[in-house]
Structure formats: C-alpha cells, structure tokens
Design a protein around this ligand. Structure first.
Ligand code: NAP
Length: 473
C-alpha cells in the first residue's frame, strides 16, 4: 500500500499520523495519507515565507519557463494523471483525460501570463497639483498564498491557483481536499521536476476543519484562494481578517431553452451538462426551463439521450457516469428524489441506485421550493420545467441564492441581449449550457457563488499588489 509524504520546503516528509484513502467507487483503501498537524502547517508556512524572496527575485522569463516545463511534464504524464483521478475521485477516464488536457492548457496560459504582468503610466499633470511629476504603477507579488481546493477538478482547479501564483512570483501552501491528495502530490512532483525553487510550493494534507484555520488566520499568509462549498467559504471569509480572499463557491446553474435551430444538439449538450462527472461540477446544469411548446419533445429527447449513458467503474473506457464522492452523498441525492416525488413532481428517468452509482435522474414539473430547485445538487439530477412567457423564464433563473453562470438558447438576438442585461450571474452563455468554461475566460459568481474572479489573467491580477510610483522631476 502506497504511503504518501507531505511536501514541505522541498522535502518529502513522513506524517506523524496517517489515514486510509478510500476509492469512492468500491470503498477499497487505495493509499495511506499523512494527516498534517499544527507543526507541519507551521513548517509549511515558514518555508513558503522563506522562499518568497527567491520567487520575487526570479526573472519573469525564469518563472514562465518553469510553468512551461510543468505543462510539458503534464503532457508526458497524461495517462498516469488521468488514472489518479479515476482512482481518487471516481472520475470516468474520458472526463479525467479531458481534465488533464485542460490542466496542461491552464499552465500554458499561466506561463504566457507571467510575461504580461505590467503596470501603466499615469498622466499626473492632468491634475492641478501634478505638474512636473511622472507616475506609473507596477504589480508586485503578494508573498505567501494559501490555496484550499475541492475534490472535483483536483488537477485543473489546483492549476488555477498555482499557475497564476507562481506566474506573479508568489509562494504557496496548498491544502487539497481530503479525498484528492494523490493529484496534489503528483502536482508537487511535477513542479519539483520542473525546477521550482524549494519551499515555493508546500503541500499539506489533512482535514480542512482541523488545519484550515491555521492557514486562514496566519498573518504571514497574505491571500487565501479558496474553491469549495458556501459554508466553508463563508467561514474562511469571516476568519481571514484583512487578507485578500477569493471564493469560488457553489451554484445551481440554470439554462433557458427558448428557441433553437437544432433541438437534438441542444438536448445532447443539456444531458452532458447535467450528468458529466455525475453532476459534481460547480456549473453543472441543474435547472432547465423550456418554452411550453418545446417542452414535451425536449423531455422525450432528454430521456432518449440519457439512456445512452453508460454507468459503472470509472476505470472502464466506456463509463460515462460513476459513483459520487462519498456514499453519504448518494443517500442525500436519493432523499432529494424522494422529496420531489412526494411533492408531486414526476421522475421522468432514473431515480435509483445501480450498485455504487446513482442513475442519471430527470425530474419534471418540480416546484421551486424543492431541494433540487433551490440548493446545490452536486449529483446526477436535473429538474426540467416549462415556462410560458420570456420574463417568467428570466425570473425563474434569478430566483436562486446562487449566481455563477446561466445558459440561454435563443435564436432571437433581442432576447439574448435582454438575458445578458437581466440575469444575475457572473457569466451568461448564449446558445450553450452554463457548464461552458475555458481556462482563460473570467470566471466567478455573484450572490452565494463567490467573490473574485478566476481565469488565468484575472487570478494573476488578484494575486498581485498594485504599487503606485511618483517621480518629482
Ligand atoms: P468543501 O467541502 O467546501 O471543501 C473544499 C476544501 O475546503 C477542501 O480542501 C476541504 O478540506 C477544505 N475545508 C473544509 N473545512 C475547512 C475549514 N474549516 N477551513 C479551511 N478549509 C476547509 O467542498 P468540496 O466538497 O471539496 O467541493 C464541492 C464544492 O466546491 C461545491 O460546492 C462546488 O460548487 C464548489 N466548487 C466551486 C467551483 C467554482 O469555481 N465556483 C469549482 C469547483 C467546486 P477537507 O476535504 O479536508 O474537508
């Protein structure tokens, strides 16, 4: 049985305590993971603090070249990394490979972004008191960044934190989700091989509720970049004092189907968006609002396409949908389906377990107070309702505590622009599902979906301090 080590100050260190990591699919123990204690967290922060000067003094080109090498190494180790995902978070191989391709792209974007960090000149003599002065800004690294990541895209969402942090010359203490430590240690090995200075990246595993506060409250840590659930995100914001904090939180993303040129491709995308990685995606399609006259055909076709999905072992090439991250999550999804059924909604497809896997489930005519309508599902279930008037559809989407992204299918350009104006979300995706994301676009929500933006350029900005300079000539 593989026994993993913490990565602190460029050293691989045994933990004082260990815990077995279980496969979400068959519950077998697949590795022994160190549980970092207070002394390990302290060592990781000190090491990151020590390395901050080295990173800050590296040239832009040196930082960019390390990130480029990281992208190359991920390219070489693609299959090994995809298998790690299948093992630790039950991501089916097809989706796991897609995540690794995105991870490579994210590090490439970061390598390029490293070369574009710059300030601007300010025409100080535009003000009465500015005559004879020359002003400019420059962007400086913050220092030590605490990165806390979720289980669902453990390679790529970590890349969204490490890539921009190192591009900007910072150092990092990374605390991955307890269920996905293998990808974090693999990432550290790749950075080590790529020549990142010792101490610039430190990986500590262990329970977030046990060691999270130490990272979040330490004054040497200048920023927390967090992706995860709303309750944990809110706790971090409350405890972090004057630190910079970005929070990429949950959602119950919706799509409006108003008018389409090709219903089949729309339905196929909605099925993909609802059930990819068993719905454990922050912009998974959870609520679909279909114009009344298209509704019956839409639902029929959705069932047809969902039937094609293959359920099973994440390591099988054919598998589309596998187990949820913990058995307790399967119980929760089952209870949500029961709640919907009891309230009079129709379970049009699925609704049951098949071994360790919950069937992709389509609920129709679900009321707005159901858990599936108002909370984040993070499971393979979607609710499809009809609407009569356009305004009604916009109001349904906005009737949510979340606001990450929304999708709108319409062939009417005025409705498209109207949706852009009125939807209360961080991103409006016209003629596609809300799950659309590429890694250089700005990404981040409003309402309970978070604070601050990711997307390589945008996170890089968040991870720098803007310094102003004035010369009296
Ligand atoms: P989570 O339970 O909130 O955990 C996220 C991270 O926070 C984990 O590393 C966790 O460690 C750690 N943590 C837990 N308690 C902590 C504490 N008190 N202090 C500091 N850290 C703590 O989320 P998850 O279940 O892994 O991920 C699913 C959630 O992430 C969903 O809500 C999803 O929408 C959201 N998400 C958002 C985005 C986005 O970009 N908006 C992307 C992906 C996922 P442990 O694992 O050890 O508890």
């Amino acid at each position: 049985m593989e026994k993993l080590k913490l990565y602190i100050d460029g050293q691989w260190l045994e933990g004082r305590e260990y815990e077995g990591l279980r496969s979400p699919y068959n519950q077998e123990v697949i590795a022994q993971i160190p549980l970092a204690d207070n002394a390990d967290v302290e060592a990781a922060i000190s090491s990151a603090q020590k390395a901050a000067t080295i990173m800050r003094n590296m040239t832009t080109l040196e930082r960019s070249e390390i990130l480029e090498r990281v992208a190359e190494l991920f390219q070489e180790k693609q299959e090994e990394c995809a298998l790690i995902l299948a093992k630790e978070n039950a991501k089916p191989l097809k989706s796991a490979r897609a995540e690794i391709l995105r991870t490579i792209e994210t590090y490439k974007f970061a390598s390029e972004e490293a070369k574009r960090i710059h300030g601007e000149t300010i025409p100080l003599d535009a003000a009465k008191g500015g005559k004879g002065r020359f002003g400019y800004t420059k962007r400086e690294p913050l220092g030590v960044i605490g990165a806390i990541t979720p289980f669902n895209f453990p390679f790529n969402l970590t890349a969204h934190k490490l890539g921009p942090a190192f591009a900007a010359g910072n150092t990092v203490v990374l605390k991955p989700a307890s269920q996905t430590p293998l990808s974090a240690f693999m990432t550290a090995k790749i950075f080590e091989e790529a020549g990142l200075p010792k101490g610039a990246l430190n990986v500590i595993t262990g329970k977030g509720r046990a060691i999270g506060d130490l990272i979040v409250t330490d004054p040497r840590v200048k920023m927390i970049t967090f992706t995860g659930s709303v309750p944990v995100g809110m706790g971090i914001k409350n405890k972090s004092g004057l630190k910079r904090v970005t929070l990429e939180l949950g959602s119950n993303a919706a799509v409006i189907v108003d008018s389409v040129s090709d219903l089949d491709s729309t339905v196929a995308r909605c099925v993909e968006g609802s059930f990819n990685f068993a719905g454990q995606v922050c912009i998974s399609v959870q609520r679909i609002y279909v114009r009344q006259d298209l509704f019956n055909t839409f639902v029929e076709k959705m069932i047809e396409y969902t039937k094609l999905l293959v359920l099973g072992d994440p390591r099988c090439e054919e598998t589309d949908v596998s187990a949820l991250i913990h058995p307790g999550e399967t119980d929760r999804i089952e209870s949500w389906v029961a709640e919907a059924e009891k309230a009079g909604a129709t379970i049009a497809y699925g609704g049951k377990r098949e071994g360790a896997v919950f069937q992709p489930t389509i609920i129709v005519n679900g009321g707005k107070d159901l858990s599936i309508s108002c909370n984040e599902a993070f499971g393979p279930i979607v609710v499809v309702n009809s609407y009569d008037k356009w305004d009604e559809a916009i109001n349904f989407v906005n009737d949510s505590d979340y606001g990450l992204q929304a999708g709108v299918y319409t062939t009417n350009i005025q409705k498209a622009f109207d949706a852009v104006e009125r939807l209360e979300v961080g991103g409006v995706i016209i003629n596609d599902i809300p799950s659309f994301r590429v890694d250089h676009m700005p990404y981040g929500g409003v309402k309970n979906s978070g604070v601050g933006k990711e997307g390589v350029k945008y996170s890089t900005e968040e991870m720098t301090e803007l310094k102003f300079v004035s010369f009296k000539l």
